[in-house]
Design a protein. Structure first.
Lengths: 197, 197
């Protein structure tokens, strides 16, 4: 690190992403991160008290980039709600696929957190279900959608569950299988048909 | 084994189930099965040429019992197609839950086959999707259901995928979580709404 640069949490996280990509999720250490930043590992630990805390924070930041892209779809009120829902689901599947295929080391880190029942994963799922709920509520208020169950929160969770094969990391191995795009489209059409007013 | 009894494949499989339940999927051996039958292990190997073949056959028989129960739902033409579909999905979830919770050693054996991409799993899924297809085709021909996609096979697969959280063994740990029944009902209602004519 150039001596004039301040060691911020954000700089540590950006560097940790690089280190994870280069060394692999299993091998990367806090010492590697400190070395890449030109600081002592104690300096890193002042920001993240444990290696696990650093791993959580870097995964959260990585997931939040997907959430931000999806949020832009939620907020695009130029589209009717059904089209927004289709685009949101398509964007989510594409992002998860991209992360699993083109960013395998960060994806592996994410899978470690999944195994640990980390709050990061829970928050990520809550963010995504929250997006679906916004689309559904707005669609209902505009008369563009109808709910198959009484409550928008429950309906949002049902849409999330019903499309799980296309975003749940447990299915990542299937995302390059033949026929997966056709299967995805069929589930999306099923979901949209269920919400038609 | 009483000497007058013939050593059939069926008897070997029934005994293997018992042995798996008693010894556990990781520990049970062909020698244990032979001992329980009072025969040599060579006699068992005359029916099943490898331990893997025996494991596949016992799992298939175990899965086929679920398939047979589900088939009775498919064939119950006293019910309208939407009600049959609801009952079929409810029976499947109950059976998978029961297998995971009350029959953990056989479930663990099944999970081994899942990891091996065994043909047994593929056939089981094909059986289940075939059931759904029959219900959908009959529902459409009676005017009780409409398909959200052009082809009944694709629609059947979409229903199977959309309900995966409630039958895919990868989710078994969630099947005793609070709220799971409410989540299941919501996905079933979503699916039925999508198929309403």
């Amino acid at each position: 690190m150039a001596p004039t640069e301040t060691l911020t949490a954000e700089r540590i996280l950006a560097t940790t992403e690089d280190v994870l990509r280069r060394h692999g999720a299993a091998k990367a250490t806090v010492v590697d991160v400190a070395r890449a930043l030109g600081v002592s590992h104690a300096a890193v630990y002042r920001h993240f008290r444990t290696k696990a805390a650093l791993r959580e924070a870097v995964t959260e930041r990585w997931l939040d980039r997907t959430t931000a892209a999806l949020r832009r779809v939620v907020d695009d009120r130029s589209l009717p709600a059904d089209e927004r829902l289709r685009r949101w689901l398509t964007t989510l599947f594409a992002a998860k696929r991209e992360k699993a295929g083109a960013d395998p080391e960060l994806f592996a880190t994410y899978e470690v957190l999944l195994g640990e029942n980390s709050g990061v994963v829970e928050r990520h799922v809550a963010d995504l279900v929250g997006h679906l709920r916004l689309i559904l509520e707005e669609g209902v208020s505009r008369g563009e959608l109808a709910l198959p169950v009484a409550d928008a929160g429950l309906a949002a969770r049902a849409v999330f569950d019903a499309t799980g094969r296309f975003h749940d990391p447990g299915y990542a191995r299937e995302w390059s299988a033949p026929g997966i795009d056709e299967a995805f489209t069929a589930v999306v059409e099923l979901t949209l048909a269920a919400l038609r007013p």
